[in-house]
Design a protein around this ligand. Structure first.
Ligand code: IDP
Ligand code: MG
Length: 141
């Protein structure tokens, strides 16, 4: 589906009490929140979710960070959602993120970078299915 993407408000942002401000950015940017919940994922879940990064130098640090505290997972809807959300969050490294992006305003560094965004429609669907059940994704229908 081209109108859906998957987002995470990462543990750094939740700890910093930025959840509300980031949800506000999401809504003001025109996304509809189809589903969302606060979770504290296990190391094993983080490994499964970030399987594509296995072997990279930052992998161990990444999965430890992602399982270090609560995060908020979100299924978002908007036309051209994947690209729109990537534009809203900005570059992976906040030092390179454009003005007004979520990472520019809330991230600490390239690892602790406040939010996740899917990189393709295919991965968006996989990531949504990783965290949400059918009933959680039913919305108002
Ligand atoms: P993305 O989140 O912008 O799609 P990816 O390259 O897919 O970036 O990396 C996934 C996550 O891994 C990043 O969001 C960040 O938390 C972490 N990460 C990426 N590159 C580095 C790095 O060089 N050092 C530490 N952590 C990194
Ligand atoms: Mg990525």
């Amino acid at each position: 589906m081209e109108n859906q993407t998957f987002a995470i408000i990462k543990p750094d942002a939740v700890k910093n009490k930025d959840t509300g401000l980031i949800l506000d950015r999401i809504l003001k940017a025109g996304f509809h929140i189809l589903a969302g919940k606060l979770l504290h994922i296990s190391l094993q879940q983080a490994e499964g979710f970030y399987d594509i990064h296995k072997g990279k130098p930052f992998y161990d640090e990444l999965i430890e960070f992602m399982s270090s505290g609560q995060c908020m997972v979100l299924a978002l809807e908007k036309e051209n959602a994947v690209e729109e959300w990537r534009n809203t969050i900005g570059a992976t490294n906040p030092a390179e993120a454009a003005e007004g992006t979520i990472r520019k305003d809330f991230a600490t560094n390239v690892g602790l970078n406040a939010v996740h965004g899917s990189d393709s429609n295919e991965n968006a669907q996989k990531e949504i299915a990783f965290f949400f059940s059918d009933s959680e994704l039913r919305g108002n229908q």
